[in-house]
Design a protein around this ligand. Structure first.
Ligand code: COS
Length: 379
């Protein structure tokens, strides 16, 4: 067992930290306030290789491992979780899904542009009546021989208006239940494909979240991912890896808030001394530090499982469940340590607290992670 990161991992971590400090930090408060998508920042992340980190170099990616990916996710999320969710969806759900299950033609058509950040992707599973209960897909993809006709609505789609490529999960054969579900690639601009209004959100306000409406959209058969009926398995397999990315995002939000609280507690004075010298604050810092370390071990273990060909359904679910709880607890305490300043936007911790909440909801709520974990240990 080796708990040390390699030289290469440390260099990637440093590159992400520098980028977050120099490029994400300026303007992060304004982007959150104005709900502004970090367009220039996404382009730069593409140039740095962050948009297709695990994609093979032959498809234009960085060819790195999952450990590198979670290190980058943590560093970006310390500063801007809106930017990191764009990275996470593009890497874990869209690029990984296409590279692992797509046809040669699909990979060649989309991966280069997705990995370079020239375009970004979206993953469309949730619906008004199918969030956690993901097998209850109401969106239909009727088989018309050489194409499908897609009808329905998707909800809460990250990169909703900024994506160019959408992986859409839809029911083809209702009788076959989840075995009659397909995953289809739909491009922006397809006739009958409409993007709904932007959601006004509590957190990750720089990322654009929309509902999507499909009205008799014609999708060629060659845009189906995998065999007929593979769509639900595709979604589950893809989300299992996505959960590692979101766990790393939660870890980053927690460690970002902790670093700010630690610094502040050594500067701010009360009752004649820095507040870190008061046990009430020092013990909070001790708890935060311990919980973050535990979350980091879970995240790295899940990433290691994925890199080493082990099943990561359980480790990924545990990492997401725990790291998202730590993100919530740590950010609330970081605001508390900052006192009145914690309630003010310029001090960043209130944004991190708002951003933390979504990590307990998307890519499987905490309750869904407990279903995955309990089924795994009881089977
Ligand atoms: N990998 C591969 N296949 C999986 C899988 C995984 N991680 N998890 C489930 N499956 C398969 C099952 O093996 C089953 O297929 P078979 O009948 O061929 O064996 C099929 O998927 C259905 O699974 P199950 O019967 O367990 O379905 P349930 O309706 O009980 O739901 C949960 C399973 C709850 C785990 C699933 O619906 C889920 O993850 N929901 C949350 C979805 C989500 O994350 N939504 C957020 C959207 S993205 S922001």
């Amino acid at each position: 067992m080796d708990f040390k990161l390699t030289e290469e991992h440390l260099l990637i971590q440093e590159a992400a930290r520098d980028f977050a400090q120099n490029d994400l930090l300026p303007g992060v408060v304004e982007r959150d306030e104005e709900q502004r998508f970090p367009e220039a920042e996404v382009k730069k992340m593409g140039e740095l290789g962050f948009m297709g980190m695990m994609v093979a170099p032959e498809y234009g990616g960085s060819g790195l491992d999952t450990i590198s990916y979670v290190l980058v996710m943590e560093e970006l999320s310390k500063i801007d979780a809106s930017a990191s969710v764009i990275v996470s969806v593009n890497n874990s759900l869209v690029c990984w899904g296409l590279e692992t299950y797509g046809t040669q033609a699909q990979k060649e058509k989309y991966l280069h542009r997705l990995a370079s950040g020239e375009i970004i992707g979206a993953f469309c599973l949730s619906e008004p009546e199918a969030g956690s209960d993901a097998t209850s897909q109401k969106t239909t993809a009727l088989d018309k021989g050489d194409h499908y006709i897609l009808n329905g609505t998707k909800n809460w789609i990250t990169n909703g208006s900024s994506a160019d490529v959408y992986l859409v999960i839809a029911q083809t054969d209702k009788e076959k239940k989840h075995k009659g579900i397909n995953a289809l690639i739909v491009e922006k601009g397809a006739e009958g494909f409409e993007i709904g209004p932007k959601e006004n959100k509590l957190g990750i306000r720089g990322s654009d979240t929309h509902s999507l409406i499909f009205n008799d959209v014609k999708v060629p058969k060659e845009n189906r991912i995998g065999e007929d009926g593979f769509g639900f398995k595709f979604a589950m397999k893809t989300l299992a890896g996505g959960r590692i990315g979101i766990a790393a995002q939660a870890l980053g939000i927690a460690s970002g808030a902790y670093e700010l609280a630690l610094k502040y507690s050594k500067e701010r004075k009360a009752f004649g001394t820095e507040i870190a010298n008061h046990q009430a604050i020092a013990f909070k810092l001790a708890d935060m530090h311990t919980q973050i370390a535990a979350a980091r071990h879970l995240v790295l273990k899940a990433a290691w499982d994925k890199d080493n060909g082990h099943n990561y359904d359980l480790s990924g679910a545990m990492a997401k469940l725990y790291a998202s709880q730590v993100a919530m607890d740590t950010t609330v305490e970081a605001v508390q340590i900052h006192g009145g300043n914690g309630f003010v936007k310029d001090y960043h911790v209130e944004r991190l607290m708002r951003d933390a909440k979504i990590t307990q909801i998307y890519e499987g709520t905490s309750e869904i992670q407990k279903i995955v974990i309990s089924r795994s240990i009881l089977k």
